[in-house]
Design a binder for this molecule. Structure first.
Ligand code: ADP
Length: 185
């Protein structure tokens, strides 16, 4: 099972990804997490931080090798859950290429939707709880704007391939997961 999971920041992807990976026994590839893991004091880490701390997308020359390397590891041979990637149409095209080269296909692209007022409230709450550097008023606005401008077109890209299933993410986590399970099966 190969799943791409798309949703704006704060939609609850993290929670659902944990459940999905358990249910399907596939690895969870979160590019946000991979990028945050880069040692902040290293030269590369400083470059990465200069993007993510301001809610801007890290450049493809950094993101693409991290993802393709991870996808080439043995545990991804039977499937994976891609969370936070692709985030631009260019990344989606690069992923298409990589999939073709490996004779792989995506099974589904999940689109988790939540009204934007709810997203902002959820993100501000998370900022208090988790202390993430990129959960401030300003970066939240920047990330939502990037989602609208750059990531929403990725959905159109996959709609053309007939892969998108939209899920209403405003329900409780259990209800959302049930909708996801129905969409995937
Ligand atoms: P969220 O979706 O809640 O904003 P993520 O953990 O998915 O959080 O991403 C955090 C940050 O990591 C993003 O704001 C961006 O700076 C960077 N990032 C994650 N994935 C990508 C990607 N595919 N391309 C470029 N930058 C990315």
């Amino acid at each position: 099972m190969r799943i791409v999971f798309i949703g704006p920041p704060g939609a609850g992807k993290g929670t659902q990804c944990g459940r999905l990976t358990e249910e399907f026994g596939i690895p969870h590839l979160s590019t946000g997490e991979m990028l945050r893991k880069t040692e902040r004091d290293s030269p590369l880490g400083k470059i990465v931080a200069s993007y993510i701390d301001h809610g801007r997308l890290a450049p493809d020359y950094l993101v693409l090798p991290i993802v393709t390397q991870r996808l080439s590891e043995a545990d991804c041979s039977q499937g994976c859950l891609l969370d936070g990637f692709p985030r631009t149409v260019n990344q989606a095209e690069k992923l298409d290429q990589f999939l073709v080269e490996n004779n792989w296909e995506l099974d589904v692209v999940l689109n988790l939707t939540v009204p934007s007022e709810d997203l902002i409230a959820r993100l501000l709450r998370r900022a208090e709880q988790e202390n993430r550097v990129d959960d401030t008023d300003e970066t939240i606005a920047a990330r939502l704007e990037i989602f609208r401008n750059q990531t929403a077109p990725v959905l159109d890209h996959y709609k053309q391939q007939g892969l998108v299933k939209s899920i209403d993410g405003s329900n409780s986590p259990d209800e959302v997961f049930e909708l996801i399970r129905q969409a995937v099966s």
